[in-house]
Design a binder for this molecule. Structure first.
Ligand code: ZN
Length: 90
């Protein structure tokens, strides 16, 4: 995913501008792994294999996202019964 494309993305829930942390890029400076966070609703949207994961909560697959996020040192909450995909405050 190109940085210029990432800059255009907004939170699908509330249309807020997202904050992006880039964890890994390829040789073309495209974002391979990263994390978008929404300052309004506190949801996070990971970038995995160059693709931003911005599905509605009910279609998110927590167990697929968790390893990447933990690799980069992020604690994430998996609220029950429905995962909320919120970043925990440090
Ligand atoms: Zn939001």
């Amino acid at each position: 995913m190109k940085k210029s494309f990432a800059d255009k993305l907004v939170c699908p829930v509330d249309k807020s501008e997202l904050k992006l942390q880039v964890f890994a890029t390829n040789t073309d400076q495209e974002i391979i792994e990263g994390l978008f966070t929404c300052p309004t609703c506190k949801r996070y949207y990971p970038v995995i294999y160059g693709l931003p994961i911005m599905s509605p909560d009910e279609y998110r697959q927590f167990h697929l996202e968790q390893p990447m996020l933990e690799k980069w040192g992020h604690q994430i909450s998996n609220g029950t019964p429905t995962p909320k995909f919120l970043l925990e405050d440090k």
